[in-house]
Design a protein around this ligand. Structure first.
Ligand code: 5GP
Length: 115
């Protein structure tokens, strides 16, 4: 199993403010926010990239999307947020433990598709 900074955070080895947690994922504020709200939703299972997910992860992936909605609601941004998953270093992925970025609080309509 690949270990990353997110694995250490999930195991409590690096103290981090966990703003949401359930049986299958956590959410934390991004250490280097690219928007006024920039949160990462991270499955506890260490899947390196979205492309590495398999059929057995189907339920987990659905769970993650529902958790994204709950976290957005909790943060008061459920009317306007963007979800980004970077897959592979060519797409800007730097931590190889699947995670979903939630970006909000900026004028996302103006920013178009930019992550
Ligand atoms: P990626 O580029 O892999 O899609 O996103 C990784 C994100 O993790 C980056 O936005 C980066 O700022 C964030 N990040 C990296 N290390 C840490 C950390 O130790 N704590 C937190 N909260 N975020 C981190």
């Amino acid at each position: 199993m690949t270990d990353t900074i997110f694995g250490k955070i999930i195991r409590g080895e690096i103290p981090t403010d966990i703003i949401y947690e359930d049986d299958h994922c956590i959410a934390i504020n991004d250490i280097s926010p690219r928007a006024p709200v920039h949160v990462l939703v991270i499955p506890k299972k260490a899947i390196p990239r979205l492309a590495d997910a398999s059929n057995e992860d189907q339920e987990l992936l659905g769970h993650l999307m529902l958790a994204v909605g709950r976290v957005a609601e909790q943060l008061g941004v459920s009317d306007a947020f963007r979800v980004v998953i970077n897959n592979g270093s060519g797409a800007g992925q730097t931590v190889f433990h699947l995670h979903v970025h939630i970006l909000a609080g900026a004028d996302l309509a103006e920013a178009g598709m930019a992550g």
